[in-house]
Write a protein of this length. Structure first.
Lengths: 73, 251
């Protein structure tokens, strides 16, 4: 919930307080960590996908994941 | 817990969207500093100093009827939290100072002020891309450069009043949150100082974070292991430290 708080000089500050205070995750940082993680695993095949996230992967990419697993089983 | 972001950032950029604080049962408050994000510009370009930033934090706590809080701030937000703790010690339960940058010994040096003025001029003349061009990306190690450029573009695009951010870029580095690190010895609240190794973030010197942690009587320093991505950039890890810190506070 974003509300406006008045400052002593009569301006307003946007303040979040409640269930969703920090907004959406900073995706660029998550991608950076995925890249780092991939770098730690020898022989890894990293697929860093623009526009996909934790939940959309399940929806959009699960077919690819199954194909990859079958191809390597 | 009140989250205070750094210069040119917005309220998202302290714990980077992590929900760990709320999941731990803490009441989380995050706000955009004056001139940043969705907050109004100051009445005049000079009015972005630490006196005003401390006054704004007081206004937020007063409006939400919060007498005492854990404060967690990054860079400008860290300096604001510490200055607030000096002015209102009874209202600060604990402090998390993430990558402090203010060095009282260097504050008036023309070289460091010129760096901020170049960024302000870049933002004024060329918008977000002007800012990114003015930012010294060549000084960022190659493995971090793309990430830093992306984060800069994202966070600079989040401001409703870019001209106000340019004013803040000139005014904040000219303002002193406290006269010397010696003053930090007066702060008795438990504290954590999070530093970043200089390889990834040379603008927030690890040596300065060490000095802050040494000056604060009840502080410990947290830094990522060598070669790892900066702790300060990992919202979940920062949040877990804040949760631990809050757990030490007596109600």
């Amino acid at each position: 919930v974003t509300e406006l708080v008045r400052t002593s000089d009569g301006r307003t500050l946007a303040v979040d307080s409640g269930d969703d205070p920090a907004g959406r995750p900073v995706l660029a940082l998550m991608v950076a960590h995925a890249r780092w993680l991939a770098g730690q695993i020898p022989g890894v095949e990293a697929r860093l996908l623009e526009g996909d996230g934790h939940l959309t992967l399940l929806h959009n990419r699960v077919g690819e994941v199954h194909e990859w697993l079958l191809a390597h089983s | 817990v009140v989250l205070l972001h750094g210069l040119t950032a917005t309220r998202r950029y302290v714990v980077m969207g992590s929900r760990t604080l709320e999941r731990s049962g803490l009441h989380v408050i995050a706000y955009d500093a004056r001139g940043h994000g969705a907050s109004s510009p100051a009445p005049a370009p000079q009015q972005y100093g630490y006196d005003q930033l401390v006054g704004d934090l007081r206004a937020v706590l007063d409006e939400l009827r919060i007498e005492r809080a854990v404060l967690a701030g990054a860079s400008m937000g860290a300096h604001t939290a510490l200055a607030f703790a000096l002015a209102h010690p009874a209202r600060v339960a604990a402090l998390c100072a993430i990558t402090p940058a203010y060095d009282p010994a260097q504050a008036d040096s023309g070289r460091s002020l010129a760096r901020w003025d170049v960024l302000a001029a870049g933002l004024r003349s060329g918008g977000v891309e002007g800012f990114v061009r003015a930012y010294d990306l060549a000084s960022v190690p190659e493995r971090w450069r793309e990430t830093v450029a992306t984060v800069l573009r994202q966070r600079l695009s989040a401001h409703q009043h870019p001209g106000a951010v340019a004013d803040a870029l000139e005014a904040v580095p000219r303002s002193r949150p406290f006269a010397s690190l010696e003053h930090l010895r007066e702060i008795t609240a438990p504290a954590i100082v999070i530093g970043s190794r200089d390889e990834a973030d040379p603008g927030h010197a690890l040596s300065l974070a060490r000095s802050y942690a040494a000056a604060l009587p009840h502080a410990r320093l947290e830094v990522e292991p060598e070669g790892r991505s900066p702790l300060a950039w990992q919202g979940g890890a920062v949040s877990r430290l804040i949760v631990d810190l809050a757990a030490t506070v007596t109600p």
